[in-house]
Design a protein around this ligand. Structure first.
Ligand SMILES: O=C(O)CCC(=O)C(=O)O
Length: 213
């Protein structure tokens, strides 16, 4: 059974910041199911759904294959799948999420990647967020809006470049965690080096979009 998103919802911002920045070998340091309450989460979701969505492609066996989700980016832009991302202007909804996460965690995130999973088939497989993006050094906070989807982390013991192919380097995956409408999950600083993560397909669901910022 997937786990419910349970965490340390009553921790103070300074305790949360410490959990986010200590480079303990933990895949997920914080999970708050009702981080944003229903009415505000609905409003934010409606605003994000109007973004001019884009789609990455990745090269697999010499072919360009579309990534099964849409994205947008605000703030400091990285290179992803070999493509230099062109960020768009921060929207009011994005600034609000940045501010809410800042208040809750004490950390002012400088960029926002927004993913739209259009239906139960959209997903992202096992990966970690890139060393070249500087993300191994910083925590990653993820706010979810829309249909519930399941997020999972797994210890990883190999050389970063071999991540996608060599399951022999994977440890035992944690229980998948339900990302509810308005929930917050944090992967702590340094976790990307030792953990991989994924957002699973949800074949039995008929619900529509899930977005993560
Ligand atoms: O959308 C999510 O919750 C996961 C996103 C993710 O793993 C990524 O974009 O690297």
């Amino acid at each position: 059974m997937p786990a419910d998103c349970a965490g340390q919802p009553n921790a103070s911002p300074s305790q949360v910041l410490k959990m986010m920045m200590t480079k303990t070998k933990s895949g997920m340091s914080l999970c708050v199911p009702k981080f944003i309450l229903r009415a505000d989460a609905d409003r934010l979701e409606a605003g994000f759904l109007t973004l001019p969505w884009k789609r990455h492609t990745m090269r697999i066996h010499g072919k360009e294959v579309p990534v099964p989700r849409l994205y947008q980016w605000m703030g400091i832009a990285p290179t992803i799948y070999g493509e230099r991302i062109v960020p768009i202007e921060w929207t009011p909804e994005a600034l609000e999420v940045q501010q809410r996460v800042h208040v809750a965690t004490g950390f002012l995130f400088n960029s926002l990647n927004i993913n739209l999973y259009r239906d139960h088939n959209d997903h992202i497989g096992w990966h970690s967020d890139g060393e070249e993006e500087g993300l191994w050094e910083f925590p990653i906070a993820s706010v979810s809006l829309g249909a519930v989807r399941y997020f999972q982390v797994c210890p990883y013991h190999g050389n970063g470049k071999l991540k996608r192919r060599f399951h022999k380097y994977f440890g035992e995956p944690d229980q998948p965690v339900a990302l509810e409408h308005g929930s917050l999950v944090v992967m702590p600083a340094g976790s990307q080096e030792f953990y991989i993560h994924r957002l699973k397909k949800r074949p039995s669901s008929t619900e529509r979009a899930h977005g993560s910022t």
